[in-house]
Ligand binder design. Structure first.
Ligand SMILES: [Zn+2]
Length: 258
């Protein structure tokens, strides 16, 4: 097995949109991240980064929400270009696990019509029905596509063991959104990695008592953070979704963890 970390560009935004009530007025860069697991039974992708349209005209593709960000995104950081650097074509992907359906994670989804797209049913419902404070973060053009969606049913299927051998499991981590999920990858040499995306935006959220700046339910967010802290305390490497300093420390594709 191999685990690849991909640099999908970055966005500049106000720090308070990442850490609740902290850092208003301070601009920070947040990395855009996605991951590939090469398993003997097939390739699995976790999230898909920014849409190709964001290279040219993010305002047109994202609408009003684009105004909150500056884009640091180039053609070679688009998902298909990044996968090509490790010899992978879209049709080589068997599964795409979606952390959630916010616009900085769904951009490349439509490149994978042959893959099974694993998303929490609750997340898909919320993507169409979100209230005003999150509505703009769901860009329908990205996910309202003819794709092979497979819905994971919340607590009933938690964790969801993708290959049936315990090596790649999908964990419900709601809070930021109702149907957020994280991926635990167990590697024979490098150990275990919990890929958390927006359940743990930054190490400040993991290690201090800080909530995510965008939060559907604080109570659920805290439960998810505590579960991930427990994994950390048991030696699992925790990979934050949008922490620029931590992100620099990981190996990036074409290097990998095995
Ligand atoms: Zn999000």
């Amino acid at each position: 097995m191999k685990l690849y970390f991909f640099d999908g560009g970055a966005l500049t935004c106000d720090k308070s949109s990442i850490t609740l009530n902290r850092g208003a007025g301070t601009l920070i860069d947040i990395p855009i991240t996605f991951f590939l697991v090469q398993h003997p039974q097939g390739n699995l992708l976790y999230d898909t980064g920014l849409a190709r349209e964001c290279l040219e005209d993010p305002d047109k593709h994202w609408g009003i929400v684009a105004k909150s960000y500056q884009f640091k995104f180039s053609k070679e950081q688009y998902i298909t270009e990044r996968l090509a650097t490790v010899g992978i074509k879209p049709d080589d992907i068997k599964y795409v696990v979606m952390s959630h359906l916010h616009m900085d994670h769904t951009g490349g989804l439509r490149e994978f019509p042959k893959a099974k797209i694993l998303v929490q049913r609750r997340e898909m419902e919320w993507a169409y029905t979100a209230d005003w404070y999150q509505k703009a973060a769901y860009v329908r053009a990205d996910f309202d596509q003819k794709l092979k969606y497979e819905y994971i049913e919340g607590l009933e299927q938690n964790p969801y063991d993708v290959f049936g051998d315990g090596s790649v499991t999908v964990w419900r981590t709601p809070g930021h959104t109702p149907g957020h999920q994280s991926v635990l990858v167990k590697l024979p040499e490098s150990g275990s990695f919990m890929l958390t995306q927006d359940a743990i935006y930054t190490s400040e959220i993991l290690n201090k008592k800080v909530l995510p700046g965008v939060c559907w339910n604080n109570e659920e967010a805290v439960k998810s953070i505590k579960m991930i802290q427990h994994m950390r305390d048991n030696g699992v490497n925790i990979v934050c979704g949008h922490d620029i300093d931590e992100w620099k420390q990981w190996k990036k594709a074409p290097e990998y963890y095995a």
